[in-house]
Ligand binder design. Structure first.
Ligand code: CA
Length: 450
């Protein structure tokens, strides 16, 4: 789909009814699948039981894994919130769409460029009803918010939950609003309010699914949990023996249970693809074990490889495991394929259609490589990290998943080959770069304290 076809579809979709581009008329007779993305904030590779957490109890995620596929080599587009989200929604490396390492702060001019075609834009043009429930973090100016980026409905916080008056004093943060579409619904004032965020986003997402059960829908549920400051509801704190980190993970698990349970109850489970993953490596109190790495910083596996499950009963083979490389960038082209349309063709999209990996998890990944920000590349089992401030590192992920043994001295030719791939990748991004957008006279949604 190019931008002209896309806009044509948007106009037609706005006129009502399910609209399909000419090329996809053949799917008119089949039922379009629903899509749900549950995107946790700052959860690590080792924080849930399907990824061997010895601490957190995650029965709903366990069942999701037993009924679906566990992706063990699934990557996000950056090591921090805003760029990771830009990557997921556009199907591109964050840098390509103007999101470097920085996250957005309240009242900043930068936002995801409205000329980008998000997953929501694409599915809306295909007749889907689209909802975003949770942390946005791609610009808090009106023209960058979810309703302007393909979402029919929005309920959530415009940025991180630590960007509130009780956060870093030097930032003088304005009050943290929970938005309903373009209006402030309520304000997060204290720890008790913070503790409600997982439930609030979940309840709204579940209500949206119920309201839209008779038509194709897309739910994007980017939780503010398990990002700090962490507060959890009393019942989860009690069950976790007072450990708020554990309570946070377990409430995320509860949220998954609410969503999957609703889909089962409404008999939508066989027609809905649900993806569970996290936006970047673990922040304090969470873990990437057995991977090395955390949130931000240099890019070991734990920084960008996330605990990922996909669930679509009857379509995805139950209890399967996929070791092939897959990424959040693949969701846009994959959903396009499954919804009978195509990803944008008038621009570079980095993601690839992984529907075959989903439906046949033993099949070959369309990716033989993945890039880690500007400083790393994996090709098959080999992983190279370069940087100005440190020595290059080369790891064999097959024998050294935890990246403990730098073997660059033994394999200089492999390091050189990988460095060439990285250099070419960065040059290509520069050539096909699409900037973020910048608002004139940006304002915070609510005024800063005096
Ligand atoms: Ca994050």
């Amino acid at each position: 789909m190019n931008r002209r076809d896309f806009l044509k579809n948007c106009v037609a979709a706005a006129a009502g009814g399910v609209v399909l581009s000419n090329r996809s008329l053949k799917v008119e007779s089949i039922k379009l699948p629903n899509f749900v993305i549950i995107f946790i904030d700052d959860m690590g590779y080792g924080d849930i039981e399907p990824f061997d957490s010895p601490v957190n109890k995650t029965p709903h995620l366990n069942r999701m894994a037993e009924e679906g596929v566990t992706f063990r080599s699934f990557y996000v587009g950056w090591t921090a919130c805003s760029p990771s989200r830009a990557s997921l929604l556009t199907g591109c490396y964050a840098k390509r769409v103007g999101f470097d390492g920085k996250v957005n702060f309240p009242g900043e001019p930068r936002g995801l460029n409205p000329t980008e075609i998000t997953i929501a834009d694409m599915l809306k043009a295909q007749g889907y009803t689209t909802g975003c429930f949770g942390k946005w973090h791609l610009g808090d100016q009106p023209e960058f918010m979810p309703n302007k980026q393909g979402f029919d409905y929005y309920y959530g916080t415009p940025y991180s939950n630590d960007m509130w008056p009780l956060g870093a004093a030097s930032r003088n943060y304005p009050p943290l609003p929970v938005m309903r579409n373009d209006k402030v619904d309520w304000v997060v004032e204290d720890g008790d309010d913070q503790a409600m965020l997982c439930k609030a986003f979940t309840d709204e997402a579940v209500a949206f699914i119920r309201r839209n059960r008779h038509k194709p829908f897309f739910v994007y549920l980017p939780h503010s949990f398990v990002h700090g400051p962490r507060f959890a509801r009393a019942e989860f704190m009690a069950a976790a023996g007072g450990d708020v980190n554990r309570a946070h993970v377990e409430e995320c698990d509860w949220s998954v249970g609410q969503v999957l349970g609703t889909l089962r109850e409404l008999n939508l489970d066989k027609n809905t693809l649900v993806i569970f993953t996290s936006d970047n490596g673990p922040a304090g109190g969470m873990t990437a074990a057995p991977l090395r790495g955390k949130k931000g910083g240099p890019v070991y596996e734990g920084h960008m490889r996330e605990p990922t499950l996909a669930w679509w009963p009857g379509k995805i083979p139950a209890g399967s495991v996929c070791d092939g490389i897959a990424t959040t960038m693949d969701l846009l082209p994959t959903f396009a394929k499954l919804a009978g349309t195509e990803a944008p063709t008038d621009r570079v999209i980095d993601g690839k259609d992984i529907s075959k990996l989903l439906l046949e998890p033993g099949s070959k990944s369309p990716h033989d490589r993945v890039f880690y920000k500007e400083t790393g590349v994996r090709l098959g089992k080999w992983k190279l990290l370069v940087g100005d401030s440190k020595d290059w590192e080369l790891y064999d992920l097959e024998t050294d998943l935890s990246e403990q043994n730098n073997v660059i001295a033994e394999h200089p030719e492999i390091a050189n080959q990988l460095e060439e791939l990285l250099t070419a990748h960065l040059a290509e991004i520069e050539e096909n770069f699409r900037p973020a957008a910048f608002a004139e006279n940006p304002k915070t949604i609510l005024p800063r304290p005096e």
